[in-house]
Write a protein that binds this ligand. Structure first.
Ligand code: ZN
Length: 296
């Protein structure tokens, strides 16, 4: 069995860091991820620099990273302006965000859920014409920091609407790390039924220690693409206390020892996590850099 890992540390990972990270270090992070075997990388985000200052150098990052046929760079896009910037910067794919909760959608992207779907609808044809992959993340799919429980039927209906637009991939995101494995199974099974032919990706945070169990539940339910972040860094600036994506090295350890291929080299990812700790001036949340791999 093979699982594709999308390395999200350069965008989702860094955007929540209070310490400004230099463009050179962002480029270095991406180069290190590639050296460790990452082939799909969320490189940056094309949101307004006022909303996310850490991503203000999106164009410079894209201009400085190595271009290779076997590596796909994704850029986060929330509107037409972001799409135009991403296209000009030379991304390989875009990741749009629709939200399962009305309040979060207003706070995160200043629009209604219906309008967030309309943004995707408006971009589908142009993405196809530009030969860009189009992935859509459903944020707060497992719970909302403002509204609490999110209707599972509502998430499934949202996925149905997005799949009907003809996108390449749908990701269910546990933006604030509240999901649990049996919920993951139900939701993914439900979404798979209404989105046949659409690749399913899952995005987990380990905020409440359920992130890795959720990742296994997602794989068990047929998901073949998982997001993770080197060092387990990252969260969401608009979601209170949303600490930590699942860590790439902790996930790779789990998958390696389960006989599941990722193409990533564990020791190399751990080395990058240690480097990242130095860049950020704080120990990263991942456990493998502390505990070490096994067997040695
Ligand atoms: Zn995340």
């Amino acid at each position: 069995m093979t699982v594709q890992i999308v390395e999200v540390s350069p965008r989702d990972g860094l955007q929540n860091e209070a310490v400004p990270v230099s463009t050179a270090d962002k480029i270095s992070l991406i180069e290190r991820a590639i050296d460790s075997g990452a082939r799909r990388i969320e490189a940056t985000s094309f949101v307004h620099p006022r909303a996310v200052p850490q991503m203000a150098d999106a164009e410079a990052v894209m201009a400085g990273i190595p271009r290779r046929d076997d590596v796909s760079y994704s850029g986060l896009v929330l509107n037409r302006r972001g799409f135009d910037r991403a296209l000009a910067a030379g991304v390989d794919e875009i990741n749009c965000v629709v939200v399962a909760s009305e309040t979060f959608c207003q706070r995160n992207q200043q629009m209604s859920v219906a309008d967030s779907v309309r943004v995707v609808e408006d971009l589908v044809e142009d993405a196809r014409a530009a030969k860009l992959g189009l992935s859509v993340t459903i944020a707060t799919a497992f719970g909302c920091p403002f509204e609490g429980e999110v209707s599972e039927a509502g998430v499934v209906e949202l996925a149905r609407a997005v799949a009907a637009l003809g996108v390449d991939e749908i990701s269910l995101a546990d933006t604030i790390g509240v999901g649990v494995p049996f919920q993951v199974k139900r939701l993914i099974t439900g979404v798979a039924e209404v989105a046949p032919g659409t690749t399913l990706r899952a995005h987990f945070h380990n905020t409440r220690n359920t992130g890795y169990a959720n990742a296994v539940a997602a794989l068990d339910s047929g998901v073949t693409v998982l997001d993770s972040s080197i060092g387990g860094i990252g969260g969401c600036p608009f979601a209170p206390n949303a600490t930590g994506n699942i860590a790439t090295e902790d996930l790779v350890y789990l998958l390696d020892r389960s006989g599941i291929e990722t193409g990533l080299h564990l020791e190399s990812v751990m080395g990058t996590a240690n480097w990242l700790s130095e860049v950020l001036g704080a120990t990263v949340p991942a456990l493998l850099p502390r505990a070490g791999a096994f067997p040695v």
